[in-house]
Design a protein around this ligand. Structure first.
Ligand code: AMP
Length: 217
């Protein structure tokens, strides 16, 4: 299975992608995580990416596409993969078609008035990548695994969130028509319950598979 997961920042697509990786045994490739890893390691790519990410802007396509190509050539992608956060615009979607044929694109949709407070409250552990939220009843300021404080991502500051959403609206929403025209689109309306959303993802993939087998008869 080669899947694309897209949706507004904060819709929960990263969480769904992690669950899919665990339960479907396929690689989870998040271009955002790849950039953050490069930033942490202080690579040339990281320094360049940081200047865009902290303003809530997209990293230039050429850089992003090359990074993705490189990642897809690694062994763990053989069983299939979920692309989380790529493509993010039409140019990247066309480039992806030149690299591989995907099976399905799933839009994890969510209303902006749910997303903004959710992202603004998100905190991450810089060591293990775990995320939590100051609004959750179980929130603790210290990561229980690494024993260090959770921090706010620079791009989760409110003014940056607004820039990211504007960017999503302008650059990423055209992917809806792009994948619709190719009959590859499934839409999941993200519920606040993670498992409920996951069920919808499974249903979308189940429907797709049964349609495929009908067509292949
Ligand atoms: P994410 O963790 O997916 O929200 O990504 C964090 C940031 O990384 C985004 O706001 C962009 O600046 C950058 N980024 C991630 N994926 C892409 C992409 N496909 N194209 C360009 N920039 C990206």
């Amino acid at each position: 299975m080669k899947l694309v997961l897209f949706g507004p920042p904060g819709s929960g697509k990263g969480t769904q992608a992690s669950l899919m990786k665990e339960r479907m045994n396929i690689a989870h490739i998040s271009t955002g995580d790849l950039f953050r890893k490069n930033i942490k390691e202080g690579t040339e790519l990281g320094v360049l990416a940081k200047s865009y990410i902290e303003k809530g802007q997209l990293v230039p396509d050429e850089v992003t596409i090359n990074m993705l190509k490189d990642r897809l050539s690694q062994g763990d992608c053989k069983n299939g993969y979920i692309l989380d956060g790529f493509p993010r615009n039409l140019n990247q979607a066309v480039a992806l078609e030149g690299i591989t044929e995907i099976d399905r694109a799933i839009l994890i949709d969510q209303k902006y008035d749910v997303i903004i407070p959710r992202l603004a409250g998100r905190r991450v552990c810089k060591a293990c990548g775990d995320t939590t939220n100051i609004k959750w009843p179980e929130y603790t300021p210290i990561c229980p695994k690494c024993n260090i404080p959770y921090v706010q991502r620079d791009d989760d500051k409110e003014e940056v969130i607004k820039a990211r959403l504007a960017d999503y609206e302008k650059q990423t929403t055209p992917l809806i028509d792009f994948y619709k025209k190719r009959d590859q689109l499934s839409v999941v309306n993200a519920s606040t319950e993670i498992e409920e959303t996951y069920k919808q993802v499974e249903e979308a993939l189940g429907k797709y598979k049964s349609t495929k087998s009908v067509f292949s008869k």
